[in-house]
Design a protein. Structure first.
Length: 95
């Protein structure tokens, strides 16, 4: 049985989903979601607010522990193209 973690960052939330995959079928083992007003923030300032950035990074640390606890063998991370509208997106992605 393979375990796959998917992390999604979009305009409204940061979401973690962990699936157990066996014989071509998947079962959702864990789903966690935290809301962020990322879309509103970026369209207004074209910058990722340092507080929001830190909140997201801290939550990613929590998600990492959950992923390790579930023993996921693969992690897939996706984000909306909205993140690239932020003038400071490179620093955020590097962290």
């Amino acid at each position: 049985m393979e375990k796959v973690a998917i992390i999604e960052l979009n305009e409204k939330e940061l979401k973690l989903s962990i699936y157990k995959i066996s014989n071509g079928k998947s079962l959702l083992a864990l789903s966690k979601t935290q809301n962020f007003a990322l879309g509103d923030e970026l369209t207004r300032d074209e910058l990722l607010n340092p507080n929001t950035k830190n909140d997201i990074l801290e939550l990613l640390k929590v998600y990492r522990k959950l992923i390790e606890g579930y023993g996921a063998s693969k992690i897939i991370s996706v984000t909306t193209n909205l993140i690239y509208k932020a003038r400071n997106y490179r620093g955020f992605l590097d962290e």
